[in-house]
Design a protein around this ligand. Structure first.
Ligand code: F6R
Length: 600
């Protein structure tokens, strides 16, 4: 979702801003802009569409040693040049970029800016106009900035330039992610460390309702009452090569291929020298003390949660409920007496989950976050974190983070089971090693996956994914993958539910992908496939070695049944990738989607 960058220093400001925005492209956006300040004034360039289009309109002569930039994912107002950020105050003294949603902007317009003419349809413009108004009333810029922030309800990450001051970027954050980077002879601002690794790997975390005065030499964090807050920078441990595509045509394909490596990394990081599971004792204790677990997540992470419930209930014998973050936030279910909350999130920034975390913290409950970004908001604000070790995931469609979530959930379930004294015929580290090998075989089957994509999906408008038990949950994920990147309508159904409605949609040649990796439902899912075939469907059965039958289109290598989702999802990821590719879609940056959904 929207991304912010800022730079103050002696290097080529516009190039650093543009490169920073390119690194934020993965978050999803539909317009972009930068502002560079120099002796002649502020030079603002904005464009609808990709950063490449913005690059073309940036005047190469607009030098400056201070600037801000933004990628916008439209919330208030259509994506066009006028609504793109940066936005300016009426006299152009102030220039501002904002990420988030100002919930009370209409009220602020009425209260502080009546009679004022607004150029854009955005909620953002109200902030920059208020700041100008407050300075006109006699406040210093810092005071005006703080006063404006005190009026805002909602989420924001903000960077502000003052035409009369080439030495300062004013920065603030509430609920939306923002970091300040500390460089040599320069300082930077970024929604995500990846954007500014080109300049520094030293970053200052910002808490909600903090502001920062960033100059070339200093970074001063203050609360909204003006009190100075001391904080040391941390080192962002991201390998710059992790965020490059290398020889791959798309990040998604690279990330699918990285899955065996990620699983091996998880095995390494979650075992001690003697080869036993290694989990923080406090997490174990919190899990054991809970009478019920509440998994909260969205999208792909929610699908991982559904399978995590199976792991935990089957092995650790703790009841689990799985909830969609945005639903839980407004319809909290009746909670058990001693709940523990588990937030699953690749980015650790998903606003829907964060809203739940804030609520349950107020109620005094404990939370564990399973995330790929340990310094993220959901990680910082939870009591415990389990990292995914998947490395940066850039493609909008989540792949390696999903399988990493499943692996970590399996480890968590087994560890807690063992510490409760439950004997399991299941060694997760050994079984995960088998999974990593099986994933490798799957990644080597790309030619076959290309064919399957063409045979069944590429030319169709809609498709179905059928499964039972955990296969059903993998089908939900497979259908999500396909629809989000290829725009083919795809729905995942539990096999048994078909005759309760969805079978009405089956016509001649309707593609139906069915998974058969679970012995106890192997015959019944095959029965469901017969039902759709009788109505003309074109079935593509993907089964697991040992359960295969004549006519299956692809057989995945055998792994422990519980862990089958980690492998059976790989062909679904690959056929989605190839279907999208063959349809000419922008695989890594599908329309309308954002990688990090930081607004509710
Ligand atoms: C789909 C996808 C999304 C995310 C969802 C939650 O491929 O990536 O459905 O899973 O937006 O994001 P995180 O996991 O960052 O909380």
């Amino acid at each position: 979702m929207c991304g912010i960058v800022g730079y103050i220093g002696d290097k080529d400001t516009k190039e650093i801003l543009l490169r920073g925005l390119e690194k934020l492209e993965y978050r999803g956006y539909d317009s972009a802009g930068i502002a560079v300040l120099n002796d002649e004034g502020v030079h603002v360039f904005k464009e609808k569409g990709r950063i490449a289009a913005l690059r073309e309109i940036v005047d190469p002569a607009s030098e400056g040693s201070i600037g801000i930039g933004h990628t916008r994912w439209a919330t208030h107002g259509v994506p066009n040049r006028v609504n793109a950020h940066p936005h300016q105050s009426s006299t152009s003294r102030f220039t501002l970029v904002h990420n988030g949603v100002i919930e009370n902007y209409e009220q602020l317009k009425r209260e502080f800016l009546s009679g004022h003419e607004f150029i854009s349809e955005t909620d953002t413009e109200v902030i920059v106009q208020m700041i100008e108004k407050f300075t006109e009333e006699g406040l210093s810029v810092e005071e005006a900035f703080r006063k404006a922030l005190q009026q805002l309800k909602g989420s924001y990450a903000i960077a502000l330039l003052d035409k009369q001051d080439q030495d300062t970027i004013y920065v603030a954050k509430n609920k939306s992610p923002l970091l300040v980077g500390v460089g040599e002879d320069c300082n930077v601002v970024a929604s995500d460390a990846m954007a500014m690794l080109q300049v520094t790997d030293q970053f200052l975390e910002l808490m909600d309702k903090e502001m920062v005065i960033v100059t070339k030499e200093s970074t001063t964090i203050k609360d909204l009452d003006g009190n100075v807050i001391a904080r040391q920078p941390y080192t962002a441990e991201i390998d710059a090569s992790d965020i490059e595509k290398g020889t791959y045509p798309h990040y998604m394909l690279k990330e699918i291929d990285e899955q065996p490596f990620v699983i091996r990394k998880i095995i390494q990081n979650y075992q001690d020298e003697s080869g036993k599971l290694k989990l923080d004792e406090s997490i174990r204790k919190a899990m054991k003390e809970a009478d019920r677990l509440y998994i909260v997540a969205s999208g792909t992470s929610y699908h991982a949660g559904l399978i995590g419930k199976q792991f935990i209930e089957k092995m650790a014998k703790i009841p689990v409920e799985v909830h969609i973050g945005s639903e839980f936030a407004y319809n909290m279910p009746l909670l058990s007496e001693n709940p523990l909350f588990i937030f699953i999130s690749q980015s650790g920034e998903t606003a829907d989950s964060r809203a739940v975390l804030v609520q349950i913290k107020k109620l005094g409950y404990k939370a564990l976050t399973i995330t790929n970004v340990p310094g993220s908001t959901l990680s910082r604000e939870a009591d415990f974190t389990l990292p995914l070790y998947a490395g940066p995931e850039i493609a909008v469609a989540s792949t390696k983070a999903y399988t990493a979530q499943l692996a970590v959930l399996a480890i968590l379930a087994v560890d807690v089971a063992q510490s409760k004294g439950i004997t399991l015929e299941f060694n997760p580290l050994k079984e995960l090693a088998i999974v990593a090998n099986a994933m490798e075989t799957m990644c080597d089957s790309k030619e076959e996956m290309t064919k399957i994509a063409d045979e069944y999906l590429s030319a169709h408008r809609n498709s179905f994914f059928l499964g039972r038990g955990v296969d059903f949950y993998v089908c939900l994920e497979g259908a999500l993958k396909l629809k989000e990147i290829s725009y083919i309508q795809a729905e995942g159904f539990a096999g048994g539910e078909l005759k309760h409605g969805p079978i009405a949609l089956i016509e001649t040649d309707t593609p139906v992908v069915a998974l058969a990796t679970q012995e106890n439902v192997n015959l019944s899912i095959r029965g469901n496939v017969k039902e759709v075939v009788a109505r003309g469907a074109n079935p593509c059965i993907i089964s697991m070695k040992g359960l295969e039958a004549e006519g299956d289109r692809f057989v995945i290598p055998a792994v422990h049944e519980l862990l089958a989702p980690l492998v059976s999802v790989v062909p679904l990821q690959l056929i989605s990738y190839y279907a999208a590719l063959h349809r000419g879609c922008d695989v890594d940056k599908p329309r309308n989607l954002a990688k990090s959904v930081t607004v509710e």
